[in-house]
Design a protein around this ligand. Structure first.
Ligand SMILES: NC(=O)c1ccc[n+]([C@@H]2O[C@H](COP(=O)([O-])OP(=O)(O)OC[C@H]3O[C@@H](n4cnc5c(N)ncnc54)[C@H](O)[C@@H]3O)[C@@H](O)[C@H]2O)c1
Length: 258
């Protein structure tokens, strides 16, 4: 029997978007590998499920949860900053919180555009900024950000979402170089076709042209893959197994965009 990996026994981790989908699967994976985790999400109900799953797996004693909106500077400074201080340090941040909305771009309202930017891009910035002092103090800090295949491949009706994900990649490149000499690594994952809360209903307009999505089917599967396929890659990237990986992105889409 293969020996269980325990790459996070001595690591303190913050995961946003941890009440559903990929964030929730990443909490489970990093707890399983011995990590001590703060799980945060805007959804209290989602966090309750995350806690229940950790308890069932026997890992509940290394998990704390905090409800917060990543788009709110006050919430990030207060609730998330407080949780980091309570933990007494931080080695890894996984910025999984995000929203997907789709519409015809010529009909997109400014509120729609601003909401996507606020949660996906500004949220990633606010949480990263809050975590950076503790990550730099760790001397081996890792930031894992969530881009998307939409950042580099055309995804119709998702212009605002795609723009936030392209911005996250650029942000990640910049901090990777800025803090490399202090031991920080920063990487993005680009998931695609993963079963989750947001992919259950991507919100493509009723009159949308589905033939435009023809190039987005995974080569490795008939349908969408479970979030654990991304969590396992994050575990590699955030652990010392990924120690020579920084300032780049990794596509995890079953070959949909080869
Ligand atoms: N599922 C995919 O195929 C796919 C593809 C590309 C990128 N992604 C990215 O993966 C990440 C995780 O998404 P998922 O697929 O697991 O979807 P999901 O909807 O299951 O999870 C997203 C989580 O983010 C939380 N969230 C939303 N707004 C928030 C806010 N303002 N503050 C705090 N938390 C908030 C939600 O409550 C939810 O728990 C996202 O950044 C998403 O853009 C997913």
């Amino acid at each position: 029997m293969a020996q269980q990996l325990r790459r996070f026994d001595d690591r303190k981790i913050l995961i946003t978007g941890a009440g559903s989908g990929i964030g929730q699967a990443t909490v489970a994976r990093l707890l399983e590998e011995g990590g001590t985790v703060i799980a945060t999400d805007i959804s209290e109900a989602g966090l309750a499920v995350t806690r229940e799953r950790a308890k069932e797996a026997g890992d509940g004693d290394r998990l704390s949860t905090v409800a917060a909106d990543v788009a709110s500077e006050d919430a990030v400074r207060g609730a998330i900053g407080g949780a980091i201080r309570d933990l007494g340090g931080l080695d890894v941040v996984v910025n999984a919180a995000g929203i997907l909305r789709a519409c015809h771009t010529h009909e997109m309202t400014l509120d729609f555009w601003n909401k996507l930017l606020a949660v996906n891009l500004t949220g990633t910035f606010l949480v990263t900024r809050e975590a950076l002092p503790a990550l730099l103090a760790s001397g081996r800090g890792v930031v894992v950000n969530f881009s998307s295949t939409s950042a580099t491949f055309a995804h119709p009706y998702m212009a605002a979402y795609a723009a936030t994900k392209g911005g996250i990649q650029s942000f990640t490149h910049a901090i990777a170089l800025e803090y490399a000499k202090q031991g920080l690594r920063a990487v993005s994952v680009q998931p695609g076709s993963i079963r989750s809360g947001m992919s259950d209903d991507p919100g493509v307009p009723a009159d949308g042209d589905w033939s435009l999505f023809a190039k987005m089917s995974p080569a490795l599967a008939q349908g969408f893959a479970p979030p654990s396929v991304v969590a396992s890659v994050i575990a590699m990237l955030a652990s010392d197994d990924g120690k020579f990986v920084t300032g780049t992105e990794l596509r995890i889409d079953g070959g949909a965009h080869m």
